[in-house]
Design a protein around this ligand. Structure first.
Ligand code: GDP
Ligand code: IMO
Ligand code: MG
Length: 427
C-alpha cells in the first residue's frame, strides 16, 4: 500500500505538475483534492508542454486513473475545454472520474469574484477571478450546487432558482449590475451535465478500493502551504486547504492511509498576487530569476514576484503537513549567480525569530536574516546524478536539508520529465 500526498510548500507554482507527472510513472491513481482552475500545472513530457488546470497531472499516461475529488470546485465549462484540449493533442482521457460531491462553479461565482476584488480596492487579494472564493463560500454556507445535483433536473432547478434569487439581489442591490437569467444558465449547465455524467462517481469509494487492492495512489495538491485558508498568510490566501490534511477531506481518505508527504519547493521563492513576502527581490537579481525561470503565471500570465529561498516557511510547511521528503525544483535557474542567499530567520524589532509568526502584522514587517552561499556557473540541465552537480549546488541543497531537517529526495534541473535527479525511493 502506498498513498502519497504531494503538496506545494511555498506560495504555489513550485513545480507540482512536473513532480506529479514524474511520480505518476509508478502510480495507478492520481487525485486532485482541492482548489479549482485557479491552479495551473505545467507538465513537459517527451518534449511537449501541457498546461493543466483541473485534470490531475497523471492524465498524460494512458493507463492511470485520474480523479477529481470532492474537495475540488469544478467549473464544468473549463473542464470540458480542458478535455477537448487534451484530446486535440492526442491525449486519451478515458480514465477520468469526478466526485459526485465536488462543488460546481457557477457564472455568478466568476462574476462575484471579479466584483468583490474591485470592491476591495487597495485591499485586493489578487485572486485569479475564476470564482474560487465565492464557490467555496457557498459550500460553507451550505447552498452550493454539487456535481450530483446537475444530474437531477428538478434538484438542479430548485437549487439554481434559490441561488439566483440571492445572487441577483447581491448583484443588483450591492454591485449595481444586471441580474443573471435562470433559463440561460439552466440550459447551459444541463448541457454540461450531459457531457460529464458518465464520469461521475463515488470517488472516496474508488480510492479506497484502489488502496485495498495494493495500488499506488498519488494525491496532487494545488496552490501551496502559505496560501492555505487556515495556515497561510491570511487574508492573502486561497479558499481551500492545500496542506496535506486537505487531501484527507478533499478525497475522503483517512489519515492512517497516507504513507508519505512530498513537499515541492523551488530552489528560490515566488508568489503571484498580493500579500507579504519577506524574501522578495525588487532588484535586478529578482528580475534575472524571473526571466531565466520564466516566472509568469500559468493561469493568468501575471509576472510572479521572485525572491530568495526562505527556510523559515519551508520548515513551517514541514510542520503543518508532516512533509517526509522535499522535491527541490528549478535548481538550474540559479546558475550564474555569484552568491545565493537563504533566509534562516526574521528580524522583528530588536529580536530574531525562527518560526513563522502567527500575527500577519508581524510577518509583514519581518526582515529576513540571510546566510550567503557561493553560487555556481555550470549549466545543470543535463545533470542526472546528484554527485555530478557542481559542489556548490550540492552544498546548497544540503544546506536546505539541514535547515529544514528534511531530505531533498528529488532535485529537478529542468521542466522535462527526464530532468529529474532521484536520491531515494519515494514509491
Ligand atoms: P505548479 O503550479 O506547482 O505545477 O507549477 P507551474 O507549472 O505553475 O510552474 C512551474 C514552472 O516551472 C513550469 O513552467 C514548469 O515547466 C517549470 N519547471 C518545473 N520544474 C522545473 C525545473 O526544475 N527547472 C526549470 N527550469 N523549470 C521547471
Ligand atoms: P498552482 O496550483 C500560485 C493565488 C492567487 C491569489 C490567491 C487567491 O498553480 O500552484 P484565488 O483565485 O485562489 O481566490 O486567489 O491565491 N493563487 C495561486 N498562486 N499558484 C496557484 O496555483 C494559485 N492559485 C491561487 O494569485 O494571490
Ligand atoms: Mg501553477
Amino acid at each position: 500500500m502506498a498513498a502519497i500526498v504531494l503538496i506545494g510548500a511555498q506560495w504555489g507554482d513550485e513545480g507540482k505538475g512536473k513532480i506529479t507527472d514524474f511520480l505518476a510513472q509508478k502510480a495507478e491513481v492520481v487525485v486532485r483534492y482541492q482548489g479549482g482552475n485557479n491552479a495551473g500545472h505545467t507538465v513537459v513530457a517527451n518534449g511537449e508542454e501541457f498546461k493543466l488546470h483541473l485534470i490531475p497531472s497523471g492524465i498524460l499516461y494512458e493507463n492511470k486513473t485520474c480523479i477529481i475529488g470532492n474537495g475540488v470546485v469544478v467549473d464544468p465549462k473549463v473542464l470540458l475545454q480542458e478535455l477537448d484540449y487534451l484530446n486535440s493533442r492526442g491525449v486519451k482521457t478515458g480514465k477520468l472520474l469526478i466526485s459526485t460531491n465536488a462543488q460546481v462553479i457557477m457564472p455568478y461565482h466568476r462574476l462575484l469574484d471579479a466584483l468583490e476584488e474591485d470592491a476591495r480596492g487597495a485591499n485586493k487579494i489578487g485572486t485569479t477571478k475564476r470564482g474560487i472564493g465565492p464557490a467555496y463560500m457557498d459550500k460553507s454556507a451550505r447552498i452550493g450546487i454539487r456535481i450530483i445535483d446537475l444530474l437531477d433536473k428538478d434538484v438542479f432547478e430548485a437549487k439554481l432558482r434559490r441561488n439566483l434569487q440571492e445572487k441577483n439581489t447581491l448583484l443588483t442591490k450591492i454591485y449595481g449590475v444586471q441580474p443573471l437569467e435562470f433559463e440561460e444558465i439552466y440550459t447551459e449547465y444541463l448541457g454540461y451535465a450531459e457531457r460529464i455524467k458518465h464520469l461521475v462517481t463515488d470517488s472516496s469509494l474508488a480510492i479506497d478500493s484502489s488502496i485495498r487492492n495494493g495500488e499506488k495512489v498519488l494525491f496532487e495538491g494545488a496552490q501551496g502551504t502559505l496560501l492555505d485558508l487556515d495556515h497561510g498568510t491570511y487574508p492573502y490566501v486561497t479558499s481551500s486547504h492545500p496542506i496535506a490534511g486537505g487531501a484527507c477531506i478533499g478525497a475522503g481518505v483517512g489519515p492512517t492511509k497516507i504513507t508519505r508527504v512530498v513537499g515541492v519547493v523551488k530552489a528560490y521563492t515566488t508568489r503571484v498576487g498580493e500579500g507579504p513576502f519577506p524574501t522578495e527581490l525588487l532588484d535586478e537579481t529578482g528580475e534575472k530569476i524571473r526571466q531565466i525561470g520564466h516566472e509568469f503565471g500559468t493561469t493568468t500570465g501575471r509576472a510572479r514576484r521572485c525572491g530568495w529561498f526562505d527556510a523559515v516557511i519551508a520548515r513551517y510547511a514541514v510542520r503543518v503537513s508532516g512533509i517526509s521528503d522535499f522535491a527541490v525544483t528549478k535548481l538550474d535557474v540559479l546558475t550564474g549567480l555569484d552568491k545565493i542567499k537563504i533566509c534562516v530567520g526574521y528580524r522583528v524589532g530588536g529580536e530574531v525569530i525562527y518560526e513563522f509568526p502567527q500575527s500577519q502584522k508581524i510577518f509583514t514587517d519581518c526582515i529576513p536574516v540571510y546566510e550567503e552561499m557561493p553560487g555556481w556557473q555550470e549549466d545543470l540541465t543535463g545533470v542526472r546524478k546528484f554527485e555530478d552537480l557542481p559542489v556548490e549546488a550540492q552544498n546548497y541543497v544540503k544546506r536546505i536539508e539541514q535547515l529544514t531537517e528534511t531530505s531533498a529526495t528529488i532535485v529537478a534541473v529542468g521542466p522535462g520529465r527526464e530532468q529529474t535527479i532521484v536520491r531515494g525511493e519515494i514509491f
